[in-house]
Write a protein that binds this ligand. Structure first.
Ligand code: KG4
Ligand code: ZN
Length: 346
C-alpha cells in the first residue's frame, strides 16, 4: 500500500487526512461548522455545502503539510460519496476528482457509514493501538452516530449487508435531543455523558423499545419522549429543566444513557442469537461514550466474541476513516472513474 489522501464532506465537518498503509494516520484535519448552524438548531444544507467549498482546499493543504507528503507520493485519493447531504457530497467528490485527475492518481469513493466501522483499524500518530487480528469475519457491525443507527453482517470491511436500522431517531440524535431538553447545548452526546457521571443510572426507569420480538431495527423516539415528559411534565410544556436540581438532571442523563446502552446491547445480542460471529465491530460518534463502550465490551465477554471499538478520536466524523477504507479498496483492486456519482441515501 502507501499513502492515501481521504476527504470527508458528507455533513457539517470538513475533513482531510493522510493515512499510511490503510492504518497509520499521518495527519487528520477536521473543521467543524457547528458555529455556523447553531443558531438554526440543526444543519442547514445550503450553508454547509458553501462552507465546505470555502475551506476544503485549505483543509487539504494542511493535511498534506502535516503529513509531510507531496502529491507524487500519494497512491490514491479517497472520498466519501454517500450517504449525506447532496450539496455537501458534491463538493468533496468534485475536489477528489480534480485532485485525482491533476495528480494522475486513482480515485475511490467509499460509503461514510461503512467507513465508521473501518475506524477500528486506525492507529493514532503514536501508533500504539494494537491491530485487530485478520480473522474477524464474519462479524457483526454496529454503527451508532448522529445520522445512523444500523447493524450489519460483515464478511469484510467492504462486504456489508444491513440487517437492521432505526425506524425513527438515530441514537446520537436522541442524545442531542436529550441534551436540548436538559438545556446542555450542542452537540449533546459528550455533554450528556459528562452530566451522567454524577447521576444514578437506576434512578428512573425509562421505557426500552425493542419493537417486535424478532426485530433487529431500533427505535429511540419513545425514549426521547419519555425523557421530555419526565423533565417538562406529561404534556411536555408544564415546566423546563431549570425547575430540576443539578442532581435530578444528572439522574435523568444517567438513566437515559443506561437505557440507550441496554437497547443497543439487546439488539446486538438478538442478532448474535440468530447467527454467530467472530467479532463485534462498533463505530460512529456515540461509540466514544464510555458507558456504551463498557456495555458492549461486557456483551462480548458474555457471548464469547471480541469487541473492537475505534480510538476515541476516530469515533466521530473524520477523513482518516475515509482514507483508510479507500486504501483497503485500492488494495483490493477497486477504483472509480471520474464519473463517480454521489448518493444522498443508500
Ligand atoms: O459519527 P458522527 O460524528 O456523525 C454522524 O455521522 O452522524 O456522530 C455524531 C453524534 C452526535 O449525535 C453526538 O452527540 C454523538 O455522536 N456523540 C456522542 C458522544 N460523542 C459524540 N454521544 C454520546 N456520547 C458521546 N461521548
Ligand atoms: Zn458519521
Amino acid at each position: 500500500m502507501g499513502m492515501t489522501l481521504g476527504l470527508e464532506t458528507t455533513c457539517d465537518e470538513t475533513s482531510a487526512a493522510v493515512v499510511a498503509d490503510g492504518v497509520r494516520v499521518c495527519s487528520t484535519v477536521v473543521r467543524s461548522q457547528i458555529d455556523l448552524h447553531a443558531k438554526y438548531g440543526g444543519v442547514v444544507p445550503e450553508i454547509a455545502a458553501r462552507a465546505h467549498l470555502e475551506i476544503l482546499n485549505a483543509v487539504i493543504a494542511r493535511a498534506m503539510e502535516q503529513a509531510g507528503v507531496a502529491a507524487e507520493e500519494l497512491d490514491g485519493v479517497g472520498v466519501a460519496n454517500c450517504p449525506g447531504l447532496i450539496g455537501c457530497l458534491l463538493v468533496g467528490v468534485a475536489a477528489a476528482k480534480a485532485l485525482a485527475f491533476a495528480w494522475e492518481k486513482p480515485l475511490v469513493g467509499v460509503n461514510h457509514v461503512h467507513a465508521h466501522l473501518y475506524a477500528i483499524r486506525l492507529q493514532n500518530s503514536a501508533g500504539l493501538k494494537v491491530q485487530p487480528p485478520t480473522d474477524l469475519w464474519p462479524a457483526l457491525g454496529l454503527v451508532i452516530s448522529g445520522g445512523h443507527t444500523s447493524m450489519y453482517w460483515m464478511d469484510g470491511f467492504a462486504q456489508l449487508c444491513r440487517i437492521g436500522s432505526t425506524i425513527d431517531d438515530a441514537v446520537g440524535e436522541a442524545f442531542d435531543k436529550v441534551a436540548q431538553i436538559l438545556q446542555l447545548g450542542y452537540p449533546g452526546g459528550p455533554l450528556v455523558e459528562q452530566l451522567a457521571r454524577s447521576g444514578d443510572p437506576a434512578a428512573i426507569q425509562f421505557p426500552t423499545s425493542l419493537l417486535g420480538r424478532e426485530s433487529l431495527d431500533f427505535s429511540f423516539s419513545g425514549l426521547k419522549t419519555a425523557v421530555l415528559y419526565h423533565v417538562n411534565g406529561s404534556k411536555g410544556i408544564q415546566r423546563d429543566a431549570s425547575a430540576l436540581s443539578r442532581q435530578a438532571l444528572a439522574d435523568v442523563a444517567a438513566s437515559f444513557q443506561k437505557t440507550a446502552a441496554e437497547v443497543l446491547a439487546a439488539k446486538c445480542r438478538r442478532a448474535l442469537e440468530h447467527r454467530s460471529a467472530k467479532a463485534l465491530l462498533v463505530g460512529g460518534g456515540v461509540s466514544a461514550n464510555e458507558a456504551i463502550r463498557g456495555k458492549l465490551l461486557a456483551l462480548g465477554q458474555e457471548m464469547g466474541l471480541k469487541v473492537f471499538l475505534p480510538a476515541p478520536e476516530f469515533c466521530t466524523d473524520n477523513a482518516a476513516m475515509i482514507a483508510g477504507l479507500a486504501a483497503h479498496e485500492l488494495q483490493s483492486g477497486h477504483q472509480h472513474g471520474l464519473d463517480l456519482p454521489v448518493f444522498a441515501t443508500v
